[in-house]
Design a protein around this ligand. Structure first.
Ligand SMILES: *[C@@H]1O[C@H](CO)[C@@H](O)[C@H](O)[C@H]1NC(C)=O
Ligand SMILES: *[C@@H]1O[C@H](CO)[C@@H](O)[C@H](O)[C@H]1NC(C)=O
Ligand SMILES: *[C@@H]1O[C@H](CO)[C@@H](O)[C@H](O)[C@H]1NC(C)=O
Ligand SMILES: *[C@@H]1O[C@H](CO)[C@@H](O)[C@H](O)[C@H]1NC(C)=O
Ligand SMILES: [Zn+2]
Length: 512
């Protein structure tokens, strides 16, 4: 009935739509411009599209299998507004009007909303929210892997150990699964750190950044190399080499280390792995990543002294997030018990803090490509994939522009009441504040919006734009994906993942 309704009227559309929904993916791999395929003025366009969505929904049966593998993708600062704007950015790159595009994970069958506030603050930072969605416990801002009993900077509270919380990486390791952490930031930055470290201050990435009162608290890099959880992570890819090398050393690219204790933690990592009797390798650029011999089960890739560069500014030596993800999955899938992989697109957040909207959207597009690359190579029936964010930002998407208007350009309809143009994307606060000129709003007409470093207009002047406090989206696909529907506290996420993957101390879906 449905098929005849759909297919008799416009056979071509039917074929096109069914191909798209069967693949359930947007094809990023082709550079051929994709024009808008259908006539939106035709009522059948919308009916057919909606009927196919409906058909897919009613035909989807619940997957209650055991999630052998789990990949948790985290777009740092990837607000829902960021996603809506990135669709247009990417959709226009592929030759469409833009708005109609679905990002690779927006076709997942189940979505939810997570509340992101932390124990002490109404708006989250990446450290407290990381603790929530990785360990299942809400925490104070600026702290990782510690309960809300420890305030930021409380070194003694960290050392006591009684307030430490462990989460998905620890639980997966205890279940014999391989584990991996991939990020575009320093691997010791707040988000990845929340997966393996306990630190009363996210800034304590190396021993050089430690409490000034002389207290000694294990720094985050040290915990990654020697910690109970950190030392057992199989794959670590990202930036932040400097926190592993002494100030007196220069790395292979000539950059100085940042450590004061004289330790070469890269060597220590290799020694530690040797003591565990596993095959391990350290790599430092894209070529080494792509040519990695398949014999290694443990790989440390530090591709940059600091954060990895923005994709827009990356060179030949810098791997793309999708390349790191594919290699990580290659390595981790060798484990017969499955794996847990945590992936962060970390520069979405840093771009928003600078109100560089073009970079934020481009990083989000790269993140969506990394999710798609993973979807292509994992067994979707036994792999739970979650895509979410830690917190929002203050970017808004507004105006009543014509369809297909450049998302990074001006509102295409009318100027403001002051007769000056305004942009579709704006920030509530941040460095994009433009001082008045001759007692009127800055005239944006000659601003170079095509420069990736252009700072989008901000209402309130502050040097770093802040996070936002509203909920973030959670997209789920694979075993038990349906339990991620609804609106819940962010710390629910790892409990639900643990249930599906049969790990951790809480409820699980398995009887073994
Ligand atoms: C608005 O958009 C339309 C179609 O995209 C374009 O033809 C027109 O020049 C734009 N107008 C302004 C003021 O930018
Ligand atoms: C907005 O103002 C600019 C110059 O400030 C002008 O070029 C443009 O035509 C105006 N747009 C509309 C839609 O009025
Ligand atoms: C804004 O700047 C443009 C380019 O200099 C100019 O043409 C336009 O008149 C200015 N708009 C107003 C309202 O003064
Ligand atoms: C943007 O800023 C970065 C860092 O400050 C710089 O390396 C890059 O060249 C700038 N890009 C452009 C197009 O100006
Ligand atoms: Zn941030």
């Amino acid at each position: 009935m449905l098929n005849s309704f759909v297919c008799n009227e416009l056979v071509l559309m039917c074929i096109v739509i069914s191909c798209v929904s069967a693949r359930n993916l947007w094809d990023y791999s082709t550079d051929n411009p994709k024009k808008t395929l259908f006539d939106e003025k035709n009522k059948d366009h919308w009916r057919i599209q909606a009927q196919w969505t409906l058909k897919n929904k009613i035909q989807t049966s619940l997957n209650t299998k055991y999630a052998k593998n789990v990949i948790l993708f985290l777009g740092d600062g990837m607000s829902i507004t960021t996603l809506a704007a990135t669709r247009v950015y990417l959709g226009q790159k592929y030759g469409g009007l833009g708005e109609e595009l679905k990002l690779s994970f927006e076709v997942f069958p189940y979505t939810g909303l997570a509340k992101t506030y932390c124990v002490d603050n109404n708006v989250a930072d990446s450290a407290c929210s990381g603790t929530a969605y990785l360990s299942g416990v809400k925490a104070n801002s600026g702290t990782v892997g510690l309960s809300g009993a420890v305030k930021r900077g409380d070194c003694e509270g960290q050392r006591q150990g009684t307030h430490s919380v462990t989460g998905l990486i620890d639980w997966a390791q205890n279940a014999g699964k391989a584990t991996g952490v991939v990020t575009t930031t320093r691997v010791t930055h707040a988000t990845p750190a929340a997966s393996y470290a306990h630190s009363a201050d996210r800034k304590w990435e190396s021993d050089t950044d430690q409490p000034k009162n002389g207290e000694q608290c294990d720094d985050i890099a040290t915990q990654l190399v020697n910690g109970k959880v950190g030392s057992k992570i199989n794959v670590i890819f990202g930036g932040g080499r400097k926190n592993f090398l002494p100030k007196t050393f220069k790395d292979i690219e000539g950059n100085r280390g940042h450590r004061s204790d004289g330790k070469d933690l890269i060597k220590e990592w290799l020694r530690k792995k040797t003591s565990y009797g596993v095959s391990a390798k350290y790599i430092y650029n894209r070529k080494e990543l792509l040519n990695l011999e398949p014999v290694f089960t443990n790989v440390l890739g530090l591709f940059s002294p600091d954060h990895m560069p923005y994709h827009i500014e990356a060179g030949d030596d810098d791997p793309a997030l999708s390349e790191m993800v594919v290699k990580a999955i290659d390595i981790l899938s060798k484990n017969k018990n499955g794996f847990f992989l945590f992936v962060e697109g970390g520069r979405i957040d840093t771009a928003h803090h600078e109100t560089k909207a073009r970079k934020a959207l481009d990083e989000t597009a790269e993140f969506a490509k990394a999710v798609e690359a993973a979807l292509r190579i994992v067994d979707n029936d036994e792999t739970l994939i979650i895509v979410t964010s830690d917190h929002s930002h203050t970017m808004s998407y507004s105006g009543y522009s014509k369809r297909g208007t450049d998302i990074l350009g001006f509102v295409n309809k009318s100027n403001a009441t002051d007769r000056f143009p305004y942009t579709t994307l704006n920030y509530a606060n941040g460095p994009g504040y433009k001082p008045e000129e001759d007692s009127h709003r800055h005239n944006l007409t000659l601003d170079d919006l095509s420069n990736p470093n252009y700072t989008y207009p901000s209402l309130v002047p502050i040097p770093r734009e802040t996070h936002g406090g509203e909920d973030v989206a959670v997209y789920a696909k694979g075993p038990w994906a349906h339990i991620f529907s609804g609106n819940y506290e962010q710390n629910f996420i790892p409990h639900a993942i643990a249930y599906a993957a049969c790990i951790g101390p809480g409820l699980t879906s398995c009887t073994f």
